[in-house]
Design a protein around this ligand. Structure first.
Ligand SMILES: Nc1ncnc2c1ncn2[C@@H]1O[C@H](COP(=O)(O)OP(=O)(O)OP(=O)(O)O)[C@@H](O)[C@H]1O
Length: 445
């Protein structure tokens, strides 16, 4: 059951909305103040946050800002009044998933909630705010996968730092979350940081925080990711991207279990387990462009290798079946079998994007399916072509041009969403403008 946090200070209003959402099958917790809402977000509980803009101790933008810091893919819907429409637009630009205006129309609210929870795009599916959702976690049955699962279960209850190695899309963040969930810290926060996405000059302030005025641009006090992860787990993805100065600060924080915010003289005690991940082997050595050896050993108290899909072809079937079920549930479809031809194509493809790519391909095919079968013509042309090079697949699906496929995909998605263009664009993973251009090009307007 999806978990929704509602932050609204008007008690009677809050009760009405809470009851309505609960009646529609969601679990709801309510808070009246920004600070209470933020502590619930920090605990990693909600899948979705609905927050009023005007609150007694801050506003909905503070909540949005915090939620996006905890996880860049957090889902937040802002409630505004008609006169605050500019704020709503700003919120969308900042990363809110939607906004609704007061007085709230319950059906509109429910649509916004369903739509927000159905979206699981690439970065968005770095799963929401809630590390509880490991029911989405699929275990492979190959020997390599079994070994990996054994290692995860062994290491999780200890407090050792873990280094996860694996190609892109193999599920490093999924595994990190699972370790957290199986650990004694499971009630604490799970904070994920993509070290590859933080500009190097901001890395130290993002990780350790800063005090107001400590450098140009430090207009307020900032809590860093380390402090947010206190009592829980800090997941450092793409750790090899950290610059030498930040590496040194990280080493110190791990060794001494304290941090000092930039510009502050006082130390803060921190109790966080570090799980780091990399998709390229870290090059140890002290010099620029290399990774500190002492830090490497601190992070690598135990390492877990996630095999690529190519290395475990026996697992493909399980993942395909499970992704079909997940896509059925999310897209309200009922695909229940896959043709031999489609299955062969998937088996022969090399899956450079690993589970992420497989999941996207399956979701797209399920979305396009008009019967309960997943057939070869629902697969992207590149995959069909690449597979046909390895094995001759006697079918005319390769003949269909890429453009024709794209047109059909857009047309079918528009029909699925009853011509809701923003929903169509979201499902296709493109922005609205690109959708309009393509619709015009294909004469679909
Ligand atoms: N064990 C799993 N069960 C189900 N789905 C999975 C599993 N592992 C990964 N996925 C899917 O693959 C996607 C990629 O996973 P994840 O983000 O954890 O990979 P990653 O290795 O951290 O990627 P990157 O290298 O880009 O950081 C996830 O969004 C999820 O949908």
């Amino acid at each position: 059951m999806a978990k929704i946090l509602l932050i609204e200070d008007d008690l009677s209003y809050s009760r009405i909305i809470k009851n309505f959402i609960e009646k529609n099958g969601f679990e709801v917790r309510s808070a009246q103040k920004t600070s209470d809402g933020i502590s619930i977000i920090r605990s990693g509980w909600p899948d979705l946050v609905i927050t009023d803009y005007r609150l007694p101790d801050g506003n909905g933008m503070d909540v949005l800002d915090f939620a996006l810091k905890v996880h860049t893919s957090s889902k937040v819907i802002l409630i505004t009044s008609y006169s605050d429409i500019r704020i709503a637009v700003k919120a969308i630009k900042m990363g809110a998933i939607d906004y609704i205006t007061k007085p709230i129309n319950p059906e509109e609210l429910l649509d916004a909630v369903n739509e927000a929870l159905a979206i699981e795009e690439e970065h968005e599916l770095k799963p929401g705010l809630n590390p509880d959702r490991i029911q989405d976690y699929i275990k492979g049955s190959s020997e390599l996968s079994k070994k990996m699962e054994e290692h995860i279960e062994l290491i999780a209850p200890t407090d050792l730092n873990v280094l996860i190695l694996g190609e892109t899309g193999t599920g490093k963040e999924f595994v990190a979350k699972k370790i957290h969930k199986l650990s004694t810290r499971k009630e604490g926060p799970f904070i994920a940081v993509d070290c590859g996405a933080i500009p190097s000059e901001l890395a130290s302030s993002e990780l350790f925080g800063h005090v107001k005025g400590s450098f140009t641009g430090a207009i307020d006090n900032k809590t860093g990711h380390f402090e947010m992860a206190n009592g829980g787990t800090l997941f450092l993805d793409e750790v090899g991207n950290l610059g030498s100065e930040t590496q040194m600060m990280l080493l110190r924080a791990i060794q001494e279990k304290t941090i000092r915010k930039i510009g502050s003289n006082s130390e803060i005690q921190i109790n966080a387990r570090i799980i780091a991940a990399t998709n390229e082997p870290l090059k140890p050595g002290g010099t620029e462009g290399k990774f500190r050896e002492d830090l490497f050993h601190r992070l690598n108290e135990f390492s877990i290798n996630i095999p690529s899909l190519k290395e475990r072809p026996e697992d493909l079937k399980i993942f395909i079946q499970s992704f079909i079920q997940q896509s059925n549930a999310r897209l309200k479809k009922s695909v229940n079998n896959i043709t031999e031809e489609a299955s062969k194509i998937l088996q022969h493809y090399s899956w450079p994007g690993n589970l992420r790519e497989l999941k996207n391909v399956i979701r797209r095919a399920v979305l396009l399916a008009t019967t309960n079968s997943l057939t070869a013509d629902l697969l992207p042309i590149e995959i069909i072509e690449s597979s046909s090079q390895t094995e001759s697949i006697t079918n005319d699906v390769t003949a269909k041009s890429l453009e024709q496929q794209e047109k059909e995909l857009i047309e079918k998605t528009l029909i699925e969403t009853k011509y809701n263009k923003s929903q169509t664009a979201k499902l296709l993973g493109i922005d609205r403008k690109t959708l309009y251009n393509k619709m015009q090009k294909f004469g679909l307007s």
